[in-house]
Design a protein around this ligand. Sequence first.
Ligand code: F6P
Length: 528
Amino acid sequence: MMRCDETAAWAALAGHFEAHGRGFDLREAFARDGGRFAALSVEAPEVFADLSKNLIDAATLHFLIDLARECSLEAQRDAMLAGAIANATEGRPVLHTALRAPRGAGPFSADVHGVLDAMLAYAEQVRADGAITDIVNIGIGGSDLGPAMAVRALQPFCNPRQRVHFVSNVDGHDIAPLLATLDAKRTLFIIASKTFTTQETMANAMAARAWFTQQGGTDIARHFAATTTAVKLAADFGISTTFGFWDWVGGRYSLWSAIGLPIAIAVGAEHFRALLAGAHAMDRHFAEAPLAKNLPVLLGLLDCWYRNFHRFTSRSVAPYHQGLARLPAYLQQLEMESNGKRVDAEGRALPFGTSPVVWGEPGTNGQHAYFQMLHQGTDVIPVEFIAVKTPAHALHDQHAKLLANCLAQSQALMLGKSAAEALQDKVPTAAPGYDRAKLAEHRTFPGNRPSTTFVLEALTPRSLGALIALYEHRVFTSGALWGINSFDQWGVELGKAMASQLLPRLASGETSGLDGSTAGLLARLRGA
Ligand code: F6P
C-alpha cells in the first residue's frame, strides 16, 4: 500500500499547488466557469453537497483522484468492508458497516440482527412501560457522544412521555444534580461501555446503583441494563439485561450497535431501523459510486488537499439546525481520535500533517462568537455548513432567516469586501483618529475563504444516518491516504494510566518522584 507522499500524484499536486493552488481565487473561478456549481456539486443519498466554494478546479480533482488510485483507496475500502484486519495494531476487522447492512447481507449478519431484534424489542417494551419516565445513559466517548447527538437531533421523533438523559463525566457535578431530580421507581439506567472498565463510567454506574439502593430500590434487573462487549463484567456488576456487541465495532463507530439503545428507546424501533437504513444507503454510495462522484471520497481528498498543501490546521462545522448542536462534539471524537496520529501503519513518523482540529457550534450562534475570526482572522479555516430545507416546526419566518444567514455566511467568506467597497460604506462618525480610509481597512474582508455546504431535505432518522456515515467514510478516506491506522486510540492511554497512579497520591499526599509542577499542584489541591 503506497502512502500519499510516496506517489507520483503527490508530486504532481505539489507542482499544481505552486502553479495554481496557492493563488487560486474562487471569485475568478466562478467568473470563468458558469458551470462550476453544477460540476462541483454531488448528490449522495439524503445529502446534497455543494463543493464549488472550495479552492479546487477540475485539474486539482484530477490529481487528487490519481492520488486516491495510487494509494489503492478502493482496495483499502473494499478490504475494510469485507472484514479484513483494518485495525492492525489491535488485530481487528473494522465492521461498523455490518451493523447497518440488511438482514442476510453483511458479515456476521445473524449475530448482528439477533442482537438488533432483541435490543429493539426491549426498547419497545421500555417505551410501553407506563412506570418509566426517565432513562439515564451512563457512558463516555463513543458510548455517549453518538447517542446524545442523535437523540437531540431526532427530538421531534422522540417519545414525549419519557426523558432521556446522558451522564458522561467522572465529575460528580454531572450525575449528582440529575439524580436529585429522579424517582428511582420511574428510572431506567443504561450502563454503556464497550469495555465495561472505563473509570468514569464505572464510577457513575456505582453512584447510580448506590443512589438506587438508598432510595429503596431493589429490582436492579428492571432498572439497570448494560450495552457492552464485556457481558461477563456487566453480570458481575449485577446487571442481567445486557445487549452485546463485538470488538470489531470501534467505540466512536458504535451508535449503530447496542450502544444505540437510548436512541431506540427515544425514537422507537421503526425510526432506529430508518437510521440504520440511511447509513447503509451511504455505505453503498461509498462502496459503489465512481471516485469523482463519491462524496465521502471527495471530502477525504479535500481534507488532504487543505491539510497537506494549503496547510490549514483546522476545520469548522456549522450546522444550521439546533438539533445538531452536539454534532461538532461527536465529530471531534470521530475525526480527531481516528486521525490524530503521528506515525503511519508501519510506525514511521509522518512528515506531513494529519487530523485537523474540528470544532464548531450551531448557526446562527457561532456567527455572534467566532465568525469574526473566520472572516477577518489571519488563518484560513474551511467551514462546513449544514442546511436543512424543511424544519420540524411551523415558525416559517424564522426558518427563512436561518437559511438566509447560512447562505450569507458562505457567500461573505468567499466574496469578501474590498477596501474600495468599504470606503463606500455609510458609516457613522468615525472614532477620533480614524479617517474614512483607515476605518475602511478595518471593514475590509479578504474573501476567498473556502466552504462546503451540505443540504438535507429534512432532519430525519434516515438523513441523520446517512450524514453520520458520510463523515465516517470521509475520515476513513483521509486516514487511508495518510497511511495511518484510523481505528486505534493509543493516545488516550498515557493520561489514563497516570490518573490511576495519581489517585492514591491525592489521598496520601505522597509526591516523591513527581515532577515539580505536578507535585505543587497536587499539594495545592489537597490544601497542604
Ligand atoms: O478513552 C477513549 C475511549 O476508549 C474511546 O475510544 C471510547 O469511545 C471511550 O473511551 C469509552 O470506552 P468504553 O465504551 O469502553 O467505556
